[in-house]
Design a binder for this molecule. Structure first.
Ligand code: PPS
Length: 577
């Protein structure tokens, strides 16, 4: 039967060039024009090369692409729901014509494969969004990526691989489809149910995977995605530590863990078909599909992009053709009185059902609150806690902005002293003048140079925050976009508190402790903030203090109080750090 054959062949016909051909491929690839693969393209290439994307033989040409977008099939009729395309810039496309070769390199420039160019085409990405994702809305992360982060020209053709992209993390869990199938065969597993996830696995997931495997008499392949998932998801290092910690909870010889370097699109129903094809290639006979499988969450207006069972309904139509059976699963909830997990529609009336959302879990972790044992095993909670330190143990940045003479340096010195008096934390001061002497001595005061100055401060502050320290920055930072960019950099690692010292210009000018305003008025200093250069008032400051009305000590006190209220530092009544 065709499906059996596909399963046997998958990975056997992977796209890495045979040893006797490899030297020739390398020679051609190194001489040819080259393209440095994006993160998503790297993921796609890896699964093309290792057979995870069987029966694809390369990045889609125009015919396959059109047909996949419209009918979920390649031009030859084979089922394939998601475009796998190589998008490049107009600049890179200039060197390419059908029949030429393109070297595909990793971000460091190492050659991974060559693409034998068949065609170049300029897709209608809005149409692609509607066809593949069912929406043109940028609220959908897959659509936002397609419209804003892909290049305008798609290059189609077959690929010949030199080697797989390198991964240095968790090498023992990074298996190709062929290796996974071989491991299954060694263990004598003939029925295997796959479990797809992009989240940490809690007790409910362990329950449902065990029940699913039991229901169909199969073993279990836990196959989490470690390529690209939804922006904001828990990083894969943390997740993989959680999965590893959980594995001993499965009875011996029932479950295997293997990582999948897939770049998810969050395309819901179409993505469920795609996941099924990939898992079939990894040797699974069954796939668990729950509510809203691979959905992107809710729109900004609170509505969902896909119905909760759309993915199950679509996959049901194609199970036989793909050669994988769906194990559909209801949402399980915990019923405290019974100390058991039940499908949500089977909870006896009068009994309370419990669940904890991802957002609530993160809130509990960062506020140091307990995560109940019914929700997650203590070893998993322990791993999560290592990554999600409570706020008062995490790094943060206080970023003071304001005109020259608004009190930034004085207030930041007092704040520094107050925090040092309490002890237990390391603090780095990044005062405007100090930074300009040490980090930015070659820069002037054009917008470009100011932006570069703030970007450098942001980079350093983000690193300090990442390492659990406190950064106190005090530049003028007159431009909103530059301040927002720093916020984004820092918030990826910890807290960010923007403090606007909002003394009116007249007051700052009156103080004129450095005599700069007088010189600026006399035209001796050009592009002086407030006089001959703009200051964009922040609308996103956590703390705004008019230092013409409030003294520096009191201003520092207000900032400290905010830090206490937000939990970045302990309250003085209770603790000293
Ligand atoms: S910026 O815009 O954030 O990059 O500026 P910053 O790095 O904070 O540097 C401001 C300090 O440089 C002195 N100075 C000037 N400020 C503004 N405009 C012009 N043209 C200028 N020339 C020199 C001034 O002393 C600023 O320090 P503060 O502490 O703000 O008074």
């Amino acid at each position: 039967m065709i499906v059996e054959k596909l399963r046997e062949d998958a990975g056997g016909s992977d796209l890495i060039a045979a040893p006797q051909r490899r030297a020739e491929v390398v020679r051609a690839g190194l001489r040819a024009p080259s393209w440095n693969l994006t993160e998503r393209q790297l993921c796609d290439l890896e699964l093309l090369l290792n057979g995870g994307f069987m029966p694809l033989t390369g990045f889609m040409n125009g015919l396959d692409y059109e047909s996949v977008c419209q009918d979920m099939r390649l031009a030859n009729g084979a089922l394939w729901p998601i475009p796998i395309v190589l998008d490049v810039t107009e600049e890179a496309a200039k060197d390419l014509t059908p029949g030429t070769v393109l070297g595909l390199r990793d971000p460091e420039g190492a050659l991974l494969a060559v693409l034998h160019v068949e065609d170049l085409y300029r897709p209608d990405r809005k149409a692609e969004a509607r066809q593949v994702y069912g929406t043109g809305s940028r609220d959908h992360p897959g659509v936002a990526f397609l419209l804003d982060q892909t290049h305008p020209v798609y290059v189609g053709g077959t690929v010949e691989g030199v080697h797989l992209p390198s991964h240095f993390d968790f090498p023992e869990l990074r298996m190709t489809p062929r290796q996974v199938r071989a491991a299954m065969a060694r263990q004598g597993w003939s029925r295997v149910v796959g479990f797809q996830t992009r989240n940490p696995m809690h007790r409910v997931h362990q329950e449902l995977t065990l029940r699913a495997a039991d229901a169909v008499g199969a073993k279990l392949l836990i196959n989490p995605v470690v390529g690209m998932t939804k922006p904001g998801d828990i990083d894969h290092y943390t997740r993989v530590r959680c999965y590893k910690a959980l594995m001993h909870r499965y009875p011996e010889d029932t479950a295997m863990l293997a990582l999948l370097p897939l770049a998810m699109r969050m395309a819901g129903p179409r993505e469920a078909l795609w996941h099924a094809i990939v898992r079939r290639n990894f040797g699974c006979t069954h796939l668990i599909v729950g509510r809203d499988h691979a959905g992107p969450g809710k729109r900004l207006n609170g509505r969902s992009f896909y119905g909760p069972f759309d993915a199950q309904d679509l996959l049901r139509q194609f199970e036989a053709e793909i050669g994988i059976a769906m194990v559909s699963f209801p949402t399980l909830v915990y019923v405290g009185q019974l100390d058991a997990y039940l499908p949500e529609d089977e909870v006896p009336s009068g009994l309370a059902a419990h669940t904890i959302s991802g957002t609530e879990l993160r809130r509990r972790l960062t506020s140091g609150e307990q995560v109940p044992d019914w929700f997650t095993f203590p070893e998993v909670a322990g791993e999560l806690r290592r990554s999600y330190r409570p706020r008062r143990e995490r790094g943060f940045t206080v970023f003071l902005t304001g005109l020259s003479g608004s009190g930034k340096s004085t207030v930041s010195k007092i704040l520094n002293a107050r925090l040092l008096e309490r002890g237990g934390r390391t603090i780095t001061m990044l005062d405007g003048d100090v930074v300009r002497k040490n980090l930015s001595s070659e820069l002037g005061f054009s917008r470009e140079h100011r932006d570069l100055n703030i970007q450098r401060i942001g980079f350093v502050a983000a690193e300090i925050t990442r390492h659990g320290g406190i950064a106190i920055c005090a530049p003028i930072a007159p431009y909103d976009a530059a301040r927002k960019a720093v916020r984004a950099m820092v918030e990826a690692h910890g807290g960010f508190v923007l403090v606007h010292l909002a003394a009116p210009l007249e007051v700052c000018e009156q103080r004129d402790r450095k005599g700069l305003y007088a010189r600026a008025r006399a035209g001796m200093i050009k592009d002086f903030t407030g006089i001959s250069d703009p200051y964009e008032l922040p609308e996103d400051a956590e703390v705004t203090i008019d230092t013409s009305e409030i003294g520096a000590d009191e201003a520092a006190e207000l900032i400290l109080r905010h830090l206490e209220e937000e939990g970045f530092v302990g309250r003085r009544d209770f603790a000293t750090s």
